[in-house]
Structure formats: structure tokens, C-alpha cells
Design a protein around this ligand. Structure first.
Ligand code: SAM
Length: 187
């Protein structure tokens, strides 16, 4: 497009890009105009790409626990982008993130032992009916000894038990070892 700006999106730095590049998650899993609750914003690398995708009519609510990396997220990403709202907060504080109404997508990448439970409680509270949960599972955060594929299966089952319909479990190799992206919808 004439005058358009293109940014490269590195699948080795962004797990969402890896899942899309593997062809296992459709590129339009997040769409223009979507409202996204993004848990585990870190310095904002993937948030910045999600912000590009949802555009001026969309919104990314980015939550990051660490004040240290959160500062970079605030300075480099949130300040420069009108559609990014930052929270330096624990994603477990579910009630804090409700001020923008129901969201289309909950994206969770927090690398915690209880990452799936935190994703579920946020999705149950904030996801619109028919909305989608994109959960990054870091197997080593949950169990150092178990085979990652077993951990991925167990976490997917937790989602089913909580009433989600699991669409895909994407092993992120070769871009990320011991990580999967689980996509699930809520009826
Ligand atoms: N999603 C980021 C990206 O693709 O650019 C990378 C996220 S990094 C793997 C995980 C982040 O989650 C870290 O910055 C960590 O501080 C944050 N985190 C861990 N536990 C959290 C919690 N309970 N609430 C919010 N953020 C948390």
C-alpha cells in the first residue's frame, strides 16, 4: 500500500507470530477493531504488534507485574500508542481490568505455575460470549520434569473442565522450546 509502514514481526521473539507462521493459528485470530486483554506485557514487544493489528478502533489493555520491565513498556509502547492502556499489576487482580467492558480476546503469557488458572479467571470475568482465549503455556514453569507435551495436554484439559472449547494446541518449536499456544473459545 502506498505510504504504508511495514514492521517485521520476529517469531523467535513473539510467540503469537510463531504460532501464525506455523500455519496453525489463522493470521486474523486478532482483528482490526478488537479489544484485547493482554496479560504479561513484558516490555511490550508483542503488545506493539497487537496494537498495530487492532488499529485505532481497537484497544489493548496490557498488564505487567514487574515494575522494571513495565517501565520500558510504559515509556516505549504505551505512551506512544493511543490504543494501549497499561496496568502495572498482578494479573491475579482480575477485578482491576474491567473498566473497558467485555473483550474479544484474552491473551495470557505470564510464565507462572498457575498461568492457566489465572487465564481462566480473567477470561471468565472479561471475555465476551464467543470470544477467544490465547494461552501461552510454558511447560517448565508448571513442571520441570514432565514431558512438555504432557503438560500441554493437562493444561488444555483444565480449560475444557472450566467450560472452554479447545481449538488448537500449537507446539511452538522451532521458535520456542517447551512452549505451546492454546487457543480456546468460550460458549
Ligand atoms: N508476552 C511478552 C511478549 O511476547 O512480548 C513476553 C512475556 S514474558 C514471557 C512473561 C511476562 O509476564 C514477564 O514480563 C513477567 O514479569 C510477567 N508476569 C509474570 N507473572 C505475572 C502476573 N502474575 N501478572 C502480570 N504479569 C506477570
Amino acid at each position: 500500500m502506498h505510504g504504508a509502514e511495514y514492521r517485521s514481526w520476529d517469531p523467535y521473539r513473539s510467540k503469537l507470530a510463531g504460532a501464525i507462521l506455523k500455519g496453525e493459528i489463522p493470521p486474523d485470530v486478532i482483528r482490526e477493531g478488537d479489544k484485547v486483554l493482554y496479560l504479561g506485557a513484558s516490555t511490550g514487544t508483542t503488545v506493539s504488534h497487537v496494537s498495530d493489528i487492532v488499529g485505532a478502533g481497537g484497544l489493548v489493555v496490557g498488564v505487567e507485574l514487574s515494575a522494571r520491565v513495565g517501565r520500558e513498556f510504559l515509556e516505549k509502547v504505551a505512551k506512544a500508542r493511543h490504543n494501549v492502556v497499561p496496568y502495572i499489576s498482578d494479573a491475579r487482580e482480575v477485578e482491576r481490568f474491567g473498566e473497558f467492558g467485555a473483550v474479544d480476546v484474552v491473551y495470557c503469557d505470564i510464565a507462572q505455575r498457575d498461568q492457566t488458572e489465572i487465564a481462566i479467571s480473567n477470561a471468565k470475568r472479561h471475555l465476551r460470549r464467543g470470544g477467544r482465549l490465547l494461552l501461552i503455556v510454558k511447560a517448565r514453569s508448571i513442571d520441570q520434569l514432565k514431558e512438555p507435551s504432557v503438560v500441554f495436554r493437562e493444561e488444555a484439559q483444565k480449560l475444557r473442565d472450566a467450560g472452554f472449547r479447545v481449538e488448537r494446541v500449537v507446539d511452538l518449536r522451532p521458535y520456542d522450546k517447551d512452549h505451546a499456544l492454546i487457543s480456546a473459545t468460550m460458549g
